[in-house]
Design a protein around this ligand. Structure first.
Ligand code: 3PG
Ligand code: MG
Length: 407
């Protein structure tokens, strides 16, 4: 079977269970990064326009099957209400029926029988958001009982949760056994953009990576590296590669236990891999007077690498300027802290300058998305993925259970 897309299907006057990934950072009871929530609005509006009642569901954090208030989706519900221009209302039992549109945050324990009747009577002008699905053990266990329960609230299932489709859960996989299932607008865009990279490579194809965790990226690097013309490496991943060569990296952040992986990648992609030829270092306290640009062969035991150096910015820029396709995941330094933002910001601006026209650009991962925003380049990137782990697994060529289940 092939995937059924919501965009090209007629789903009207139904009750739709919409699985989204609203696993967003929460700071002091407020959503601190709304990106993933913004991205699901088109699907909600599309479904509403056709007279459907939308029951949205998602997870937050890892509460491991237990109800835990610190992982409540309430901040998400409040923001979603704002974004939709609806009045916020929370309840754990009856659904009120007012004239104006509401975002109803439904806190009831949906494992109990009585909720089925409540939810199936939901008025179509409202949008309902269920409390964190990971408060129930059955969710992450992909329990058929829990999947059936979720299915009992709706006529149709729509998956728009790319960011969590690498997890086989009741709400991503199990549920598709019990409901007619569709691929949402955001998920469709994720699949098409990432498939474009995997199946229609344009050369020169440049992959840029950084950040700390190499273990998460190694699959994507191995897979994309085969087709890439250049792999630009900065940040902690570059430090790890220096370490693998036996160089001194001082106090630099690296992922412990991954030097062998770094060595392997370096060996596999010799000739394509571009490592910084100069780095910006500082002492442990990042004291102003200790900041200097130097060769990576000259890092002192008391220093840490915090950015790529000016020569490297130029070298990376030259590759980016020639590229027709770019994938970027992982910042090149500690861009959150000035003056260590220069490398990441300069490259983000250049990548934005190539995007949507000259080159096809895909970027993703929480820190990378932050850097793109900080550089004001969000609108200039062809596809900013809502998936971190999910994007990297997809680009590694793996099949994601949540997407496979729609086939
Ligand atoms: C994410 O934010 O990476 C996804 O929502 C998946 O969350 P998880 O890593 O806790 O499964
Ligand atoms: Mg994750």
């Amino acid at each position: 079977m092939s995937i059924k897309y919501l965009r090209t299907s007629k789903i009207q006057n139904k009750t739709v269970l919409l699985r989204v990934d609203v696993n967003v950072p929460i700071d002091n009871g407020k959503v601190s990064d709304p990106f993933r929530i913004e991205q699901i609005l088109p699907t909600i509006k599309h479904l509403q326009k056709d007279g459907n009642t939308v029951i949205v569901c998602g997870h937050l954090g890892r509460p491991k099957g237990k109800k835990d208030p610190q992982f409540s989706l309430k901040p998400v519900a409040e923001l979603l209400a704002d974004m939709l221009g609806y009045k916020y209302l929370e309840t754990d039992h009856a659904l009120p029926d007012y004239e104006i549109n509401h975002l109803i945050f439904y806190k009831g324990n949906i494992a109990e029988e009585k909720h089925q009747a409540q939810l199936s009577m939901a008025p179509s002008k409202d949008v309902i958001l269920l409390e964190n699905l990971r408060f129930y053990e059955g969710e992450e266990e992909n329990s058929p009982v829990f999947a059936k329960k979720l299915a009992s609230f709706a006529d149709v299932y729509v998956n728009d949760a790319f960011g969590v489709d690498h997890r086989a859960a009741a709400s991503t996989v199990g549920i598709t056994k019990y409901l007619d299932s569709y691929c949402g607008l955001l998920l469709e865009q994720e699949i098409k953009s990432l498939d474009n990279v995997l199946k229609h490579v344009k050369h020169p194809f440049v992959v840029m990576t950084g950040g700390i965790k190499l273990s998460e990226k190694v699959g994507a690097l191995e897979n994309l590296g085969k087709k890439a013309d250049k792999i630009l490496v900065g940040g902690g991943v570059a430090n790890l590669m220096y370490k693998a060569k036996g160089m001194e990296v001082g106090l630099s952040k690296i992922q412990e236990g991954e030097t062998k992986t770094a060595w392997q990648i370096e060996k596999n992609f010799k000739g394509k891999l571009v490592l910084p030829t100069d780095v910006v270092v500082a002492d442990e306290k990042m004291d102003k007077d200790s900041i200097r640009a130097t060769s990576p062969h000259d890092i002192r035991k008391t220093e840490q690498v915090l950015d790529i150096g000016p020569k490297t910015i130029l070298a990376f820029a030259n590759e980016i300027k020639a590229a027709k396709m770019i994938v970027w995941s992982g910042p090149l330094g500690l861009f959150e802290k000035k003056p260590f933002h220069h490398g990441t910001m300069a490259l983000a601006r250049l990548i934005g300058g190539r995007g949507k026209g000259i080159a096809f650009v895909v970027a993703g991962g929480g820190d990378t998305v932050d850097a793109i925003r900080q550089a004001g380049q969000f609108e200039h990137i062809d596809h900013v993925s809502t998936g971190g782990g999910a994007m990297l697994e997809y680009l590694a060529g793996k099949k994601l259970p949540g997407i496979e289940a729609l086939k």
